[in-house]
Write a protein that binds this ligand. Sequence first.
Ligand code: AGP
Length: 597
Amino acid sequence: MCGIIAYKGKRPDAASLVLKGLKKLEYRGYDSWGVAVKTDLNIVIHKKIGKIGELNIGKLKLPTSHLAMAHSRWATHGGVTDKNAHPHASCGNRVVVIHNGIIENYLQLKKALIKKGHKFVSETDTEVAAHLIEENLKKYPGKIDKAIFRHEVQRSLEQFKGRYAFLVMSEDCDSIVAARRGSPLIIGKGHDGDYFIASDIPAFLDYTNEVMYLDDDEMVVIDGGHDFIDLKTGKEIKKRIVKIEWKAQEAEKGSFLHFMIKEIMEQKETIHRAINQNEKLMKKIADAINKAFGTYFIGCGTAGKVCIAASYLFSKICKKHVNVQFGSEFPNFQHFIKKNSLLVAVSQSGETADTLEAMEVAKKKGAKLLTIVNVEGSSMDRMADLSIHIKAGPEKAVASTKATTAQLAIVTLLAYACAGRLNEGKKLLIEAASQINDMLNPRYEKHILELAEKIKNVESMYVIGRGMNYPMALESAIKLQEVSYIHAEGFAGGELKHGPIALISKGTPCIALVANDETRSDVISNAIEIKARGGFIIGVSPRREEVFDYWIRVPDAGDASPIVNIIPVQILAYQLAVLRKNNPDMPRNLAKSVTVK
Ligand code: AGP
């Protein structure tokens, strides 16, 4: 969702620091952006609809300052307009806020504030926060110290229902206050009294890799130093400084045109990194899965498809049934959760609201929580009893690619560990990683580009798969939808004849994901059925089959077939996006990390 960054410190170029940081966070939301800069006299605000991407920061002529904050928006309440962009100010400009999340009771608060004479200029829920804090500060005319500021922000927060990450500035105080309930905020501690507050680490990774995590119902006041406060008890709390291993250049595009293709190509190494796990930990987790009274794999979107793949892999490799649900639907199944159940939350960001809610629901029932997650220190990582870090490095393109295959590698490895065959699983995945390394070459990309050129103007396309490639058919459809905006749907091969085959007409592209296993001949039969209705068959398969109109070769990777089969579709989706002049890194209407329900 929205990207947030603030800087408070000794440097005089706070405005440019936060805007540079915001550019790195733009993958989180890109409807509009804005910045607030505190000077000795007032707070200067500049905001605008559109992407911040190519902005020439110097041209804005923002004042020199030691305190500034910026925001990129993914609209929830109110359309995409300059007025609805953050930051939002109170009537007198005394209080300025930026916010990620939703204030559920904003209408009620807004009515009460209007009665008191406050004038609203936007349609957002956020603006009530600025007015309410200003209202609470009325009794302190003129300059205020940090204790008053902190106290009145805290009092105002008590009135909000919903999820939030807030940053608050006042023209009468030199401190900045940040608070969190449900949406991520991380504090970066630089040298010499420099502080950053951001919704994700890449925003400030150029300046520091030392971070402190703000947890739910906590607040921090930055003012040359830092004071963390537990909002429930009002007491100050100590925070541990954590050193982040990510390198700043890992979060850069380098020589690639887009993050999406850079991240696709990184899969040459990421599978290797993912499976390089502590054996004891893997065995401990396998033991927990084997002993659990019901294991539930939970994820959203692409991570949800990895969960479905896990159910096939567990069934085949270790003969074990695991349950699968999307995060948003899991609460409907909580009635089955017992103290000895296990919930496995799969996520790239570790911040997806629906998955977090599922974890909270399971935790309340006393279940054990495991997470398979990319972002270390994320909410899921900290909430879980046990974590497996997939080590994919920063993933910035909205469409997940390298995190997906790293998650697939981990669930495959876990299935092998549950069968007591961890080393065999590792060997299989090492072999797949080296096959991917050979596969990802310019000739391969060119072959897929030729296909993309052929089909770039189609209205719809379909993807079929069977067994462990069925969830990859679903994932293929998401990838194509997200970045090419072509209508795409994934089906279990056998399901087509029960209805969807009516959609096939002359030339309709249909991708068949084929593995060299017991599902091969059936999925080929399904492709033949589609071809008989005029479909154009694109085979992603280790072997050329007669039915294919276009063949994309993949290695014969055994149980790692979902991993190798999804990669050419990722490339195809990327190339279709570029040919159709879409920005694959920032698809319309989407945001990288979905922190609202
Ligand atoms: C992936 O391409 C999507 N952008 C989206 O479905 C994503 O997988 C989903 O929102 C879950 O995100 P998470 O992995 O960060 O939890």
